[in-house]
Design a protein around this ligand. Sequence first.
Ligand SMILES: [Mg+2]
Length: 213
Amino acid sequence: MNDTRLEAMILVDNERNRENAKWGEQNHPPQFWVGILGEEFGEYCQAVNETVFDNGESERAKGGTDNIILELTHVAAVAVSHIECLLRQKGGKDKWIRYHEWAESISEIEAERDEANNYAQENEDYALKVESERDEWKAKFEQADRMFIAADDAASRFEEKCKILTAERDRMREALKSIKDWLHIYLSAESVFTVADGSAREGLGKVSDKERR
Ligand SMILES: [Mg+2]
C-alpha cells in the first residue's frame, strides 16, 4: 500500500471512529443507507461545485480540495459503515438460509404427517372392515351356538328316550323269561296230561274189553 492510499485509508478509519463515537454501532436496512450515502455524495458534489463555480465568498468557503477530501472521506466512511453493517447482518442471511432449510424440513414433516394420516385412515378403514366382519362372524357363531344348544337338547331328549326304551326292553325280557318259564311248566303239564290221558285211555280200553266179553 502506497503512502497516499494509506493516508486516505487512515482518514476514512478516523472518520469511522468518529461516527461510532458519536452514534454508536449503526445497523440500518439498505434503504436508510442509500439516503445517508446520498446526502454525503450531495455534499461532495457541493464541495466540487463550490470549487469550480463562483457562487460568492460564503459559498466558496464550502469548496476547495480540503472540503472535497473531507466529503469524499464521509462518502467512503458511510460506504465502509454500510459494508460493516452488511457483514454483521450476514448472520441474518445465514438465518434466512436456515429458515429455508427449516421450511424444507417443515415440508418434509408435513409430508410425513400426511403419509401418517393416510396410513391411519387406511388402518381405520381396515379396522372398520375387520369390525364389520367380526360382527358377521359373531352373528354366525351365535346362530351356531343356538343350533348346538338345540342339538344338545335333542340329544338329551333322545338319551331319555333311549333310557325309557332300554327299561322297556329289560321289562320285555323279564316278561319273555316269565312266559318261557310258564311255557316250560305248561309243556311239562301237557306231557303229564298226555301220559295221564294215555293211561286213562288204556284203562278205558281194558274196561271195554271186559264189557265186550
Ligand atoms: Mg459530510
